[in-house]
Design a protein around this ligand. Sequence first.
Ligand code: 4AD
Ligand code: MG
Length: 482
Amino acid sequence: MKRTKIKEVIQEGEKLLGKEINIKGWVRTRRSSKNVSFINLNDGSIIYNLQIVADNQNFDDEMLQKINTGASLSVNGTLVESKGSKQNYEIEANDIEIMGEADPEKYPLQPKKHSYEFLREIAHLRFRTNTFGAVNRIRHNMIFAVHQFFHNKGFFNIHTPIITGSDAEGAGEMFRVTTLDLKNPPKDENGEIDFSEDFFGKPTNLTVSGQLEAELAALALSEVYTFGPTFRAENSNTKRHLAEFWMIEPEMAFYDINDNMDLAEEMLRYIVKFALDNCRDDLEFLSKQRQEEDRQKPANEREPMELIEKLNFVLENKFERITYTEAFEILKNSKPNKKKKFAFPMDEWGADLQSEHERFLVEKHFKKPVMVTDYPRDIKAFYMKQNDDGKTVRGLDVLFPSIGEIIGGSQREEDFDKLYSRVKELQIPEKDLWWFLDTRRFGSVVHSGYGLGFERMMLFITGMSNIRDVIPFPRTPQNAAF
Ligand code: 4AD
Ligand code: MG
């Protein structure tokens, strides 16, 4: 018999009532009385389980005893209206086949609440929990929403390289890619490692951003975006940093900084609305769970808004737009700064905004998402458009509640001479960047772009608090398990 997904049963059960169907999935719980066994089966297609009712006398007792949490079953049975109050439908089992047993003494997932820390240690099995089922179904929908948003607007998706010879952000936090023998690398006359003998004939690394290559494409196809894995070897063990994360990077010819902000705001709203429209069951589950977890926390650490309310809030409120200098003034004169509550005091123009400052602006001061532009040039990357004041660049950060920076971007410097002098000033080797500079030599135009950290977006949408829990297999310092 062809398998019916549990999602179809839950959503369109009416048309299947009284029919015999086949269901496959993994046992969440089994409860047996003298005469009947109740089995809750989940196949991952939807957050809900389907209840299987087995009349004990029709089945082998030894077989029934093996239906433990984690075992996989194939069940043929009749769909009927449920006598219980918890669900609309249930299956009266005719045939039960155990496809794979799960020894209850050894299976680490039990039908109780496990800590997120413990679940990270068994990330190969955590997909089978309600939480990670929900997170990963939402993750898929968010990927789809991103592609749909850009496709509908006529953007083209460009695959940019994962192995590169350049450092787009100039922060130098890169993973080296090499096939050289680390125990005995070839040396040149000066005793330095001779990368001409390496696989690519030069030093290469995993990319920190697809932007530079996306710019090349934008200066021909007008509007493009990348959506790929990016890698950063920064040793930051925080709830918001991964060593391997996914980034969405649109790049648009003929867009200035204001067009860039309009696009970022429209995109974020589109993605949030897509989640509300298409992931309702999973969001409601996560919301309820978050409220339960919140009750265990001290009052000052609780979430100010329920999850779905928070998502709606972003849809309904226009983002605040301010300059770095305005942000600096607000922070400098803020209560926490005057009372020396910030770990990084905000007293001197030019200091970078730390996440404590970003969250103050969003959560305490404006109480909505904030877009900050025109940052001091010394704290931003070489490619950002220089303002006439000689001090600031047309950078853009989008700041979100409980996350801080979710997007980083800018209008790009399109003037060859200005870009070139910045490259020289920062001593970026020209041989690594000649192709990027070429676009400013031939038919250069005003253009802009930004990068959205996909997992930061996932944190916002799901309300999860640790970035390790919104990507299936997190890579962080000292951890590349699975
Ligand atoms: O601000 P960033 O470094 O900007 C760029 O890489 C630009 N080249 C983007 C562009 O203009 N095309 O990174 C962009 C975003 C951040 O705002 C953040 O959301 C995310 O990427 N991000 C990280 N997410 C998880 N873990 C990390 N270690 C991250 N570093 C940055
Ligand atoms: Mg940034």
